[in-house]
Design a protein around this ligand. Structure first.
Ligand code: NAD
Length: 272
């Protein structure tokens, strides 16, 4: 059975991950958080980050570290995981090129998986966006995301991923225009990117494609953070026995889609 160790356990996503793990009866060897968390989360005591090495060393077999924190913490935890032969899964966004290189180096030693979004619905949106952009050459493309007022990075990692899909599907789109102000005529080579922050919105992403008299909108709305936690836990179980390397959420989905085709059931549970 997969054993998880959760970092950022006092954060919004860390708490959801522990809750999903408890609902599924998964083993959790421990959890850490930068600031003290007095009460157990979903029955798991949360200790300080310095205890991570000993938590990992105490697990029989290979644990999976599930990390939703911030870039500085993610890179440190990835190195700690690799030092202790633990698989490392992270959903932290706002990673720099250097941060990604640190994950790649960890992937030389242990299985590593990073995804800007662990929702199966967003995975479907990404594929639909690539197909739509190819189907309507010349249409203007604008990506808008909305998140809760506590989100730190902007635009969201998912919006960045969606823009990358758009750029890959339509060579020649080479400018990302983040918001507009004043005299700002649109150029045909730009993709507009807009970030809204309000309330407790878990995450919304809309891709607008517009031509003359034709408007196509593709939208995903996450009803709660549990969507992401469920996908991350599915991916963590999948990751535990992999060879060292850097994996994507698509690797998990493609693998499960194949095996689930015969049953027609949803291969990854991203509902509550
Ligand atoms: P949050 O602010 O609620 O929690 C962040 C956690 O990280 C806290 O526990 C905090 O103590 C810890 N942390 C922050 N900086 C740290 C540091 N330097 N050292 C150690 N610990 C540190 O945030 P959240 O909403 O849980 O989101 C966390 C991350 O996950 C963000 O990057 C967010 O964008 C991302 N996220 C990803 C997905 C996905 O599906 N991939 C979904 C939701 C959120």
């Amino acid at each position: 059975m997969t054993t998880l160790v959760v970092t950022g356990a006092g954060g919004r996503m860390g708490r959801e991950v522990l809750s999903v793990a408890a609902d599924r009866g998964l083993a959790v060897a421990g959890a850490v958080n930068r600031s003290a968390v007095d009460d157990p989360v979903a029955g798991v005591a949360v200790s300080e980050p310095e205890t991570l090495p000993e938590l990992l060393a105490d697990v029989d077999g290979r644990p999976v570290v599930v990390d939703f924190t911030a870039p500085a913490a993610t890179t440190t935890y990835a190195e700690t995981a690799a030092d202790h032969d633990a698989a490392f899964l992270t959903g932290t966004t706002g990673l720099s090129e250097t941060d990604r290189e640190t994950l790649t180096r960890a992937g030389d030693r242990v299985p590593v998986l990073w995804a800007s979004n662990f929702s199966r619905g967003v995975a479907a949106l990404r594929r639909a966006v690539a197909a739509a952009v190819r189907a309507v050459p010349g249409y203007d493309v604008e990506v808008t995301e909305t998140h809760h007022n506590g989100k730190r990075d902007a635009p969201s990692g998912t919006a960045e991923t969606l823009v990358s899909e758009v750029e890959a599907a339509r060579p020649g789109l080479e400018e990302r225009t983040h918001g507009r102000e004043g005299v700002a005529p649109r150029s045909p080579t730009e993709v507009g990117v807009h970030a809204r922050r309000a309330g407790d919105v878990s995450g919304e992403h809309e891709v607008l494609l517009a031509g003359d008299d034709n408007v196509l909108e593709l939208t995903h709305r996450a009803g709660s953070r549990r969507v992401f936690a469920a996908g991350a836990v599915d991916a963590a179980v999948w990751l535990a026995d992999r060879d060292p390397g850097v994996y994507a959420f698509d690797d998990v989905l493609d693998d499960r889609t194949e095996s689930a085709e015969a049953t027609t059931s949803d291969p990854v549970s991203d509902t509550q």
